[in-house]
Design a protein around this ligand. Structure first.
Ligand code: FMN
Length: 382
């Protein structure tokens, strides 16, 4: 299978599976417990049907949106995800360049393998930094100050990882940051020599936004579940978040809000946006899908705060359904991560290109020329 054989996200997933050692593939693909929430995140979109209008004169259409004050060429954000140079040696640089090429918002994780400064200096498309609030307050301050200096457009503070989710595929494979070559996993790496050579011979693994303050995850191998549980601040509450927002002083997004009550509090503390998200099903299994929660949150806080529907998105029609239900835009991780793992920057570009085509085609088939014409009257719940 080659990159040109990939016509949808499931194809990229297959190619990624072929090319990655299984512990790495399972870190990307896996989720918590029984992975019910991960499956539901995508299945939720199938509960709703689109009602097209025809003969709408769709020769010229505009799929762009304004999100958090910045224009995005598509109503789709590339969500921040950790450890990208482990998936492909080009890592965050590939994702940043592809996002730049298409004029999209994208994010880098606190656990990014490329520095805030390097990403900040790349391109003028909008970028967010995803903040994990650590017990080490000096580290939190340092990341915020570095984002200010690098002129990031927004901080997205993740609130759904107060402890690590139980990711059983990672428990079985022993996946850690940095990846360890244990006797039981050595074979899985050895049979993917291309990945292994890239990993061993190219730029050394690093977490440059954290390693100024902590050795866990770099000098000292740790599971991601262990990292969250040990390193992140479980006393984080609304007061702490409000003070972080003040310290940052710029555009602020809360990532991982799922309830109406929390969405209202996000409005109260002056957040600009919320990402309705369950971390791609990687944290609380049995949690509701973002798309299922979207309408009640939009009905409660729509117009007061931007609402981003994060997770499960694999198709242009999923993006259109989220918009019609009232989201400002959609976002996702695996939708570009399989492609990154499969083929680096050309892979991510092909994945975004497929989304761009699907969104444009589906807008035309829906009979809309702008995304704000997608309203709830164009949806029917089964
Ligand atoms: C491999 C992987 C790593 C992730 N790392 C982070 C992270 O470091 N910080 C964060 O806030 N979310 C992280 N996420 C969650 C994504 O930002 C996003 O919420 C999730 O991928 C959405 O679900 P989807 O993959 O179905 O689109 C990660 C997701 C994946 C799949």
């Amino acid at each position: 299978m080659r990159l040109t054989d990939c016509h949808n996200i499931a194809d990229f997933r297959r190619l990624a599976k072929q090319r990655l050692p299984w512990p790495v593939f399972d870190y990307i693909d896996g989720a918590a417990d029984d992975e019910l929430t991960k499956a539901r995140n995508t299945a939720a979109f199938d509960q709703v049907d689109l009602v097209p209008n025809v003969l709408a004169g769709v020769a010229e259409i505009d799929p762009s949106v304004t999100v958090m004050g910045r224009k995005s060429a598509l109503p789709l954000i590339l969500s921040p995800t950790a450890l990208q140079r482990v998936f492909h040696w080009q890592g965050e640089r590939a994702v940043a360049r592809a996002a730049q090429k298409f004029g999209l918002w994208f994010g880098i994780s606190s656990l990014a393998t490329v520095s805030i400064e390097e990403i900040g200096a790349m391109g003028d498309n909008p970028k967010m930094f995803q903040l994990y609030v650590h017990k080490d307050k000096g580290l939190n301050r340092s990341m915020i100050e570095r984002c200010q200096a690098a002129k990031f457009d927004a901080i997205a503070l993740t609130v759904d990882t107060i402890v690590g989710g139980k990711r059983e595929r990672c428990l079985r494979s022993g996946f850690s940051s940095p990846p360890r070559f244990t006797p039981s996993s050595a074979l899985s790496y050895a049979i993917k020599p291309r990945w292994a050579l890239d990993y061993l011979l190219r730029e050394k693994f690093a977490l440059p936004n954290l390693d100024t303050h902590v050795t866990a995850g770099t000098g000292e191998a740790i599971s991601i579940q262990g990292y969250f549980t040990e390193m992140l601040d479980q006393s984080m509450d609304w007061n702490m978040v409000a003070s972080i927002r003040e310290q940052w002083g710029g555009t602020f997004c809360l990532k991982g809000v799922m309830s109406v009550a929390d969405a209202r509090r996000a409005v109260e503390i002056g957040a600009d946006a919320i990402m309705i998200s369950n971390h791609g099903g990687r944290q609380l299994d049995g949690s509701r899908a973002p798309f299922d929660q979207l309408t009640e949150i939009v009905d409660a806080v729509g117009g007061q705060i931007e609402v981003i529907c994060d997770g499960g998105v694999r198709r242009g029609t999923h993006v259109l359904k989220a918009l019609a239900a009232g989201a400002t835009c959609a976002s996702g991780g695996r939708l570009y991560l399989y492609a990154l793992a499969a083929a680096g920057q050309p892979g991510v570009e092909r994945a975004i290109g497929i989304f761009a085509e699907e969104i444009e085609r589906d807008m035309k088939l829906m009979g809309v020329t702008r995304v704000d014409q997608l309203t709830r009257e164009r949806l029917r719940w089964r």
